[in-house]
Write a protein that binds this ligand. Structure first.
Ligand code: GLN
Ligand code: ZN
Length: 758
């Protein structure tokens, strides 16, 4: 039995990778020094794995930006707008694809399966595939010569690569397989010549719902590849879910199959036991959670290993994380600021390597060989389990009572709408914004001074009030119909609430890569979540005190908070979501009691938690909708609940979104190029709705005409009486001038539309 890893975080303990990239981009670091710095980070990452005693260490998982981009680039898939006639694509073109440049917009970026990592979407239109530098050979050589590591190169599998790419028609898939297969073959042949034994080929797409007929393509690919380089053994690696079509996948002509035994809902284990496992293959057993941050239940994991051992002989098992460790922070031992019970229960990448080694040892020598370690680890887990943070009786009681709580508003939407109309008497096509106004350097600087203790709490609060006042005046001058306070006191919309609710903790360096050099430090939701004191009431009430125009209260919804945090693993996610929802419900009640009549509960990340398997969507939508409603249903009929979402793929969720029962929803629209609007032709949506009338991601000020035509387009399918006018999303990333100019045009366009549609 051996231990193997599938990928290690790139960013370094102190985010030195991020710093190096940004220094290079800004010209502060010369290219040569930059390469040297990245090499040093890469070798340090390998060395950690070597020192922890991992038998099979991945190479080539390191990147200068993103591993999907690396794959595209290696195969010469550089779109024409980034190519010049006089030179081979190099680092400049690589980063232009990722980030855009003066002449060309960047390639699209999107979520890597159901994680918060984002990859660069390969574009296959107008490209000529050709193998460039074989980065896997380079990575393998380097690890061997510098550290004596016989690494296992990692590559994104051809099928997954093509399924994640755009710019070709479904009917051209076979053709693209034929064009890229020889290049994959060549990569493998070159690795073979180099003396490489095993290659890890990542095909996570096999964990999604895949039509059976597509398996034919997968079989063809691996049939060909194993013949191309007969000296190389391929580990076909899946992760994030159970594989669909287990019997077909495990009988593919490869030498090893990697399966996730953590996020598979028990289905992979069941499949192994039911269908067996080919006796000539190696099983990569993903037993340690590659995405969660908690210490493993070693005893439980050993039981799973034992069950696998009934089917697969020990010498054919490699103990692995369930996926690359890219998705977890680097090292938990450094988190000295955390409460010890919490810190002791954490396992980031480095601690997970230790767990892999332990499980492997137990697999070789029996569980007895790691008795003390099992003991210690379950001690830490139990200590957290029994800590006051997880034994909040009130919270448990309320959750137990939930079963008989309906989570519905007092009256139906029609009744509420009439009462709300009477209360505010808003004009046709009311105008509003999504919540945040520009977070200027002044504002960020003030927050920093306050956090550092240079400013007192009072001084900071007074500063925030000043901002609110300025923007209430601005909104008044602009003539908007529903105001916001501007969210100046917030940095991250999940973190802000996490800091104020019980049950969350914040690490000092628990960073994970989100995209490119951008890292996020998710809150750790480790305890029972409970409302402590009002979180948004003071600012909202202050804003409302300055104007007669309604000011929307502004909260982050339970599912967004959940999806943007590292979540405890001892409870099902729905139950954790209900805890958050009940805490937010108290905030909603507090806002209402303070006289706030419109409350917006944002759920931009609702979709991010969608399961990979389509058949699990209804269940997910059920409990997420319920959580949202729990947080919003306590209010009076006259109180208007708003929500906001940031994506445009609305068509497949329209019923669930209606089931949220928000009185008004605002959705990002402009990047969907009319698809979203089209979906209303097929569905009837009756509640208040604002389809963003301009894109806030660009600094460009939209013209009155452009906004007018967006409104016209929407009103072809939606009733003017239900329609709201708002930008696509919050304005915190824009500057003040752009924002005011854009909103001025938005109001003008609305006035024209009112004449037209009255
Ligand atoms: N209310 C938030 C804002 O305006 C919403 C942000 C978001 O949708 N991501 O910034
Ligand atoms: Zn948004």
């Amino acid at each position: 039995m051996k231990s193997g890893n599938l990928g290690y975080p790139r960013i370094g303990r102190d985010r030195e990778w991020k710093k190096a990239l940004e220094a290079y981009w800004s010209g502060r670091l010369e290219e040569e020094a930059f390469h040297a710095e990245l090499k040093a980070i890469r070798l340090r990452n390998l060395k950690v794995q070597q020192e922890k005693g991992i038998d099979i260490i991945p190479v080539g998982d390191f990147t200068y930006y993103d591993h999907v981009l690396d794959t595209a680039f290696m195969f010469g898939l550089v779109p024409a707008r980034f190519r010049s006639t006089d030179r081979e694509p190099g680092l400049a073109e690589y980063y232009a694809m990722a980030r855009g440049n003066r002449e060309a917009t960047a390639c699209e970026m999107t979520k890597w399966f159901n994680t918060n990592y984002h990859y660069i979407v390969p574009e296959l239109a107008d490209v000529k595939p050709v193998l460039g530098r074989n980065r896997l050979v380079e990575a393998y050589r380097e690890a061997k010569s510098e550290l004596g590591i016989e690494g296992r190169p990692v590559i994104v599998g051809l099928y997954t690569f093509l399924k994640l790419s755009k710019g070709y028609k479904p009917s051209e898939l076979e053709n693209w397989i034929d064009r890229l297969l020889p290049l994959y073959g060549q990569v493998l042949r070159e690795l073979e010549a180099e003396g490489v034994q095993w290659v890890q080929v990542d095909e996570p797409i096999l964990s999604m719902s895949l039509p059976a007929e597509e398996l034919f393509h997968v079989a063809r690919i691996y049939d060909k590849l194993t013949k191309e380089a007969p000296g190389i053994k391929l580990l076909l690696q899946t992760y994030f879910e159970s594989v669909d079509h287990y019997p077909e996948v495990v009988s593919l002509p490869v030498h090893g199959i990697g399966l996730d035994f953590v996020h598979d809902g028990g289905r992979n284990l069941q499949a192994v036991r039911e269908h067996g496992f080919p006796s000539d293959k190696v099983l990569g057993a993903g037993l340690i959670d590659g995405r969660g941050i908690w210490k493993a239940d070693l005893k439980g994991r050993l039981e799973t290993l034992k069950m696998l051992g009934e089917t697969v002989s020990a010498d054919r098992i490699v103990i692995q994380p369930s996926s690359s460790l890219l998705h977890v922070p680097v090292n938990a031992a450094m988190e000295n600021g955390l409460e010890p019970t919490l810190r002791e229960a954490l396992a980031f990448a480095d601690e997970k390597l230790e767990e892999l080694v332990l499980l492997t040892k137990a697999g070789r020598l029996g569980a007895d060989s790691i008795v003390t370690e099992i003991e210690a680890s379950s001690c830490s887990r139990n200590a957290l389990q029994q800590s006051p943070s997880r034994t909040r009786k009130q919270v448990h009681k309320r959750i137990a009572e939930l079963a008989n709580q309906p989570a519905t508003r007092r009256s139906s939407f029609d009744v509420r709408r009439d009462k709300q109309r009477k209360r505010w008497n808003l004009p046709l096509l009311p105008t509003t914004t999504i919540g945040s106004f520009p977070q200027t350097t002044d504002i960020r600087g003030a927050r920093l001074k306050w956090r550092r203790g240079e400013w007192s709490g009072e001084r900071y609060e007074a500063f925030i009030q000043e901002q609110i006042k300025v923007w209430i005046e601005t909104q008044t001058k602009l003539g908007l119909d529903v105001f916001v306070h501007g969210e100046f006191e917030r940095t991250d919309m999940a973190e802000f609430f996490g800091e104020k609710l019980a049950g969350f903790a914040f690490t000092a360096s628990g960073w994970v890569q989100s995209y490119g050099s951008r890292c996020v430090k998710p809150p750790i939701l480790y305890g029972d979540v409970e409302f402590v004191a009002p979180m948004t009431v003071a600012e909202t009430v202050y804003a409302q005190s300055l104007t007669e125009v309604p000011v929307k209260g502004m909260l982050t919804g339970p599912i967004t908070i959940l999806n943007w945090s590292f979540v405890r693993d001892d409870k099902p996610r729905d139950e954790v979501a209900y805890q958050i929802a009940l805490a937010l419900r108290e905030e909603v009640e507090a806002l209402e009691a303070a006289g706030i009549g419109m409350i917006q509960v944002d759920e931009p990340a609702l979709r991010e938690g969608l399961p990979l398997k389509r058949e699990q969507w209804p269940h997910y939508m059920d409990w997420t909708v319920r959580a949202f409603r729990l947080s919003t249903s306590a209010v009076k009929d006259e109180t208007q609940i708003h929500t906001h979402m940031c994506y445009c793929e609305f068509h497949d969720m329209i019923d669930s979104i209606s089931a949220l029962d928000a009185d008004v929803i605002s959705i990002e629209t402009s990047r969907s190029h009319g698809e979203l609007i089209g979906s209303f032709e097929r569905h009837t949506y009756v509640k208040g709705i604002g389809l963003g009338v301009y894109d806030i991601h660009s600094p460009r000020v939209p013209t009155v005409e452009e906004i007018g035509s967006m409104i016209d387009r929407a009103l072809r399918v939606l009733d003017p009486a239900q329609f709201w006018i708002n930008p696509d999303c919050g304005l915190k990333t824009r500057n003040v001038e752009e924002t005011i100019a854009s909103l001025r045009n938005m109001v003008k366009a609305t006035e024209l539309a009112r004449e037209k549609y009255a």
